[in-house]
Design a protein around this ligand. Structure first.
Ligand SMILES: *Cc1c(COP(=O)(O)O)cnc(C)c1O
Length: 481
C-alpha cells in the first residue's frame, strides 16, 4: 500500500470514529428494541428470560445449542386469528399454510389439527402433505415448477385447487387430466401491478391473464373454479392491502363481463407481514455499518394485524359482490410468515470474543447458516441470562462459517458479553429452517414448548447424517509413475 493511500485510509477511519458518537446521538432512531413481553417472555430474577415458566438458558443446557424453540401456544393464537369469522360477517376465510415457510412436520401437523390446510409448491411438499394425512380437498398446489408426476398425483387424488402459474402450464394440466380421466379444480395465478411478476403468475395488465382464463375454459378437461393472486411483496399497511385486493376484484369483474366466468374460489395468497420483523432499509443498514447507528425496530402496533387483515379482506370481497348482486366466492388465504414467523425463536451461544480496534466481534454458534433472514431483516435479539443489563457495548455478531458474509448484526449494542452467554434471536419461524444450510456445521434440533412441557420435533443433525448419502470410498487413487 502506498503512503498516500495509507494516509487516506487513516483519515477516513478517524472521520468515522469522530462522527460515530455525534451521529449516534443526533440520528438515534425512536425505537431500537421491542419488549420481551411482546412474545410472552418473562424476566425472572436469577433465571433470565423464561417462556411459559421455562428458563431459556436451561433449554440449551438440555437440548444443545443452537436450538430452535417453537412456541405452540403462540402458533395456536395465530391460527385462531386466521380462522376467525370477523365481527358482523357471515363467514371468514379458508386457510392453507404455505409449507415452504417452515416445513417442519411437527409444526405443520399441529396446524392441520386446528383446521389449517396445506399450500404446497413442489412435488416434495405435495408428497409431505399427503404423508401427514392432509385430505386432498385441503391441499392447494401452486408454484412454477410442478413435475408431471406430481400433477398426475394431484389430479388423481382430486386436490382442492391446482393453480396454473403460467398459461403454458394449462396445456400440461389438460393433457394429464385427459389421461387420468378426471377434471381437476383449476385456478389461474395472476399478477397485479403492485406485487411480484417475473416468473410468477400471468399479468392482468395487457390482457394476458384474461387470455389464460379463456384458454383454461376452452380446454374441456379442466374445471375452472378459481383465481389465484399472491402478492409476494410484503403487506404491512392497509393501503397496500386494499390496493392489491381492489385490483384483483376489478379483474373478477372483467372475467364476469368478458367471459361470463364466475369464481367459486378467490385465493388471495399470503404476504402478510410478521409485525415484529421488517426489511432493513438500505440507508439504515449503511448507517449501522459505518457509524454504528442502531437499526430502527419496527413498531408492531403500526403493522397490519391478522385480525385487521382478515376483517378488511372479507369486508372488501363481501361488499364488492353484494353491490353487484352476485354470490361472494369462497376466500382462500395462504399465510406463511404471518402465521409462524413470530412463534419460534433461535437460541445461540457466544462461542468466542475477539477484540478489534473499534469493536468486539462475538462469534456465535449460529450464523447465516441457520438464520439467513437476519442478514437483511430486523430481528429482535435478547441476552437470555441478563436481558435487562445496560446495553453498553457495540458488538459485531458473526456466525461460525468461514465467510465474511456470515455476519448477523454489524453493530449491535448489547450488555457486556462473556463466552458461553445465550442469545435469543426472535421471529425464527419463517424462512429460517428452509433456508438453512449444513455448511461446515450440522443443523440444530427443533423443540416445541407446549404448556411448559418440552417436546422434540426434530433432532439435531449428526456428523454421520452429513455423509449418510455418500457411496463408500472407492479404491484409493494412485499417482502413476
Ligand atoms: C411463499 C408463498 C406464500 C407465503 O408467503 P408469505 O410471504 O410467507 O406469507 C403463499 N402463497 C404462495 C403461492 C407462495 O409462494
Amino acid at each position: 500500500m502506498s503512503l498516500k493511500s495509507r494516509l487516506v485510509g487513516t483519515a477516513k477511519r478517524q472521520v468515522k470514529e469522530t462522527l460515530r458518537p455525534v451521529l449516534q446521538r443526533a440520528m438515534a432512531p425512536s425505537r431500537t428494541s421491542i419488549p420481551a413481553s411482546h412474545w410472552g417472555l418473562e424476566h425472572r430474577p436469577g433465571q433470565g428470560l423464561c417462556l411459559e415458566g421455562v428458563p431459556l438458558k436451561e433449554l440449551t443446557a438440555r437440548w444443545g445449542s443452537p436450538l430452535h424453540v417453537v412456541h405452540l401456544d403462540a402458533l395456536k393464537r395465530n391460527v385462531q386469528r386466521f380462522l376467525a369469522v370477523p365481527p358482523g360477517r357471515a363467514g371468514g376465510a379458508e386457510v392453507y399454510y404455505s409449507y415452504k415457510t417452515n416445513p417442519v412436520p411437527g409444526v405443520l401437523s399441529f396446524m392441520h389439527g386446528l383446521g389449517v390446510g396445506a399450500e404446497v409448491i413442489s412435488a416434495y411438499e405435495l408428497w409431505l402433505a399427503l404423508k401427514l394425512g392432509v385430505a386432498p380437498e385441503r391441499i392447494v398446489y401452486n408454484g412454477p415448477a410442478k413435475s408431471e408426476d406430481s400433477v398426475r398425483e394431484a389430479i388423481s387424488r382430486g386436490i382442492q385447487l391446482l393453480a396454473a402459474n403460467h398459461a403454458e402450464e394449462l396445456a400440461v394440466f389438460s393433457r394429464i387430466a385427459a389421461e387420468v380421466g378426471r377434471r381437476p379444480r383449476v385456478a389461474v395465478r395472476v399478477s397485479t401491478d403492485s406485487g411480484w411478476s417475473a416468473q410468477f403468475g400471468t399479468p392482468i395488465a395487457g390482457g394476458a391473464a384474461l387470455r389464460a382464463f379463456q384458454q383454461a375454459r376452452a380446454s374441456g378437461h379442466l374445471d375452472v373454479v378459481g383465481l389465484h393472486a399472491h402478492r409476494g411483496a410484503t403487506l404491512r399497511t392497509e393501503g397496500e392491502l386494499t390496493g392489491f385486493v381492489e385490483s384483483v376484484l376489478a379483474f373478477t369483474d372483467t372475467l364476469h363481463q368478458e367471459l361470463g366466468q364466475d369464481l367459486e374460489v378467490l385465493d388471495l395468497g399470503g404476504s402478510l407481514c410478521t409485525p415484529t420483523t421488517e426489511h432493513i432499509a438500505e440507508r439504515d443498514w449503511r448507517l449501522n455499518l459505518t457509524f454504528f447507528r442502531d437499526v430502527p425496530a419496527p413498531d408492531p402496533a403500526a403493522s397490519l394485524s391478522i385480525d385487521r387483515y382478515l376483517a378488511l379482506v372479507v369486508e372488501m370481497v363481501e361488499s364488492h359482490y353484494a353491490r353487484r348482486g352476485r354470490k361472494r366466492p369462497r376466500i382462500f388465504l395462504e399465510p406463511g410468515r404471518a402465521m409462524t414467523g413470530d412463534t419460534q425463536l433461535l437460541l445461540a451461544r457466544v462461542h468466542a470474543l475477539k477484540q478489534g480496534e473499534d469493536r468486539t466481534w462475538a462469534v456465535l454458534d449460529a450464523g447465516v447458516n441457520h438464520a439467513e433472514c437476519v442478514r437483511n431483516e430486523y430481528h429482535q435479539l435478547f441476552h437470555v441470562e441478563r436481558p435487562d443489563a445496560e446495553a453498553s457495548r457495540v458488538y459485531t455478531l458473526v456466525g461460525p462459517i468461514c465467510t465474511p458474509g456470515d455476519t448477523l448484526y454489524h453493530a449491535k449494542r448489547l450488555p457486556e458479553l462473556s463466552v458461553g452467554d445465550t442469545l435469543a434471536i426472535m421471529d425464527a419461524g419463517a424462512y429460517f429452517v428452509p433456508f438453512a444450510t449444513s455448511f461446515s456445521f450440522p443443523q440444530p434440533a427443533i423443540i416445541a414448548l407446549d404448556g411448559g412441557k418440552e417436546r422434540l420435533l426434530r433432532r439435531a443433525e449428526t456428523f454421520d447424517d452429513l455423509v449418510t448419502f455418500d457411496a463408500p470410498p472407492a479404491e484409493p487413487a494412485r499417482l502413476s509413475g
